[in-house]
Design a protein around this ligand. Sequence first.
Ligand code: FES
Ligand SMILES: [Fe+2]
Length: 389
Amino acid sequence: MTTFDKPAPGGNLLPTLSGRYYCETAIFEAERDRIFERMWFCAVRSADLPAPGAFRKVQVGRESVLVVRGRDGTLNAFLNVCRHRGAMLCTEESGVVKRHLRCPYHAWTYGLDGKLFAAPNLGTLTDETGNRIDRTEYGLLPVALREWLGYAWVCLDAEPPSFETEVIGTVTERLGNAEAIEHYGVAELSVGRRIVYDVAANWKLIVENFMECYHCASIHPELTEVLPEFAGGLAAQYFVGHGALFGDDVEGFTVDGSAGLDTIPGVTAEQDRRYYAITVRPNVFINLVPDHVIFHRMYPVAPDRTIVECDWLYLPDVVEQGRDVERSVELFHRVNEQDFDACERTQPTMSSRAYRKGGVLVPSEHHIGEFHQWIENRLNDRTGAGVPS
Ligand code: FES
Ligand SMILES: [Fe+2]
């Protein structure tokens, strides 16, 4: 059993970021540069690209990135830019090509490994020094890619940070040990449902909302029925290793507390009947319950707009047999809608003079202060450019 001490409900207020962080283009551009283009960004569910030639286009910071399943079955990522005169190679969101990626403009054609395969008169062309052109050098520019938990994570930085520290380490730190996530076998689960939400809010409002549960009693009636301790306002993420316990009369993590689906076999007695939530910066939320995993990916597209793709992952048998996951999906779908409504209510007023100096964090939200500090540190990092004024 995980034990924890509840902090006293009283205490001091801490300041938040000021309103401009949520609505100014200059801040958003700096975040693209110093957060989304430098960190490991969770791009696609690997199983969405099942066979060679399957691709998906993903916006990462200011760059369009193509994730492609190669002929050898591995996933590769490339900048989605033709090396000839820079046309966007793929404009479709996703698709399948037979053997090659062909630029529609002048027909430069690339292999699934990114190498330049063909171009009109390619055999007669030479590079600037008069040598026959190197097909790798004129190939698509590669982007670092790692697969973990059944997702492909990409990093645009020329020297990516340690995946072990930044991604796996974050999950380990939150759950208290490295094995805890392994028990859920997330990579082997199947997508039972995917819902894409187009949220009219800054990505940081969505992160902050996910991190706290001060709002749970007021906007999540179904969730607090299933997880009674959430009514107290402390998020599961407040304590290392803590998972919120299901209510005594609750059978499963469903909208009405009725029984869920088959329990994931690796889930331990300690993890059973508990909900764990993890934030992996900058764009992932992972929610663990005994019979499924809810995996959110955020795609920030503008200061005031974020696409959230949410996967409900179950044991493959549950999905293949067409078992009814409706009540199971409905619980967190409602939570998502309730949360995103709250974020959308907050977004338009971020530019108000009332919020010019920001707001306050109550004690059960104090850990959001660390997120704010992290944002400021990232924006001040590397370039020395600082927070745009
Ligand atoms: S820009 Fe792609 S072939 Fe010319
Ligand atoms: Fe919430």
